[in-house]
Design a protein around this ligand. Sequence first.
Ligand SMILES: [Zn+2]
Length: 287
Amino acid sequence: MDLYSNLLLGFIVTLAIGLPSYKKKFVSFSGLFAGLVVGMLTFVGGPACFLVIMVFFLSSSILTKLGYHSKEVKGAAEKKSGRTALQVICAGGVAGVAAFLKGLYEARALIWPDPNQLSHVLTVAFLGAVSSANADTWAVELGLLSEEEPKLITNLKKKVPPGTSGGVTKLGTLGSFLGALLIAAVSAALYQHVSPPFEQMDPLAILIITFISGFTAEKIDSFLGATVQVKYWCPKCKKETDKKVHKCGSSTEYLRGIKIISNEAVNLISTLAGALLASCLYIALYD
Ligand SMILES: [Zn+2]
């Protein structure tokens, strides 16, 4: 199939999943549009890429709604209206671009000396990005269900409020482990058959690389969240927060961190780290 029919088919399939997701408030209206873009780009990478990113999207959306009320009480729930365009792009953008480049290359629109290498590297880059995004969402959403008080990843003696970036709990860490493992297992099952003329990839290599890159990138996400991510201070509640407007409704003051490094920016950096780590692991171990 050519590029344009893939984009059109991707649009139709993504819309068929996106509209009910918008109605269920998994995504906001802007998030629906961003999701259409990411979905179309991913579809160009082939049906296996699309299925893997759907596992991320649907499992993360369901986990977000799980125990929503108790997350709301903790003041750390996602917006009721669903994830915004910025959140969707920062979580899925790197994966979408990697899948799109893979599709372009396989459609012979990109030229590369080794016929298999770039296709395989882009495949694992895509998987590393999805795996890290999934590990992150699972860590946050499962962690919020934990009764345990989160501790800062850079100082495990310091307790932080639930939902604070850089805060870790045992349940959250289990979440990131399982989130990366789910994407790794689904991918290993799906990518056994790569369309000719490309060589089949070793399912065990896919399993190991996808899991390690996703789990590690999620730790990078927490570390950046605890160190460089911008933090605000609510003068009314006398509490530190990630948000410009606190849950109480007051606007907050700048406290520390780099101003442009928001939670979304950290997600973008960590999915990029997941993609790069997966590519490097593939080149180092299997190429
Ligand atoms: Zn407040």
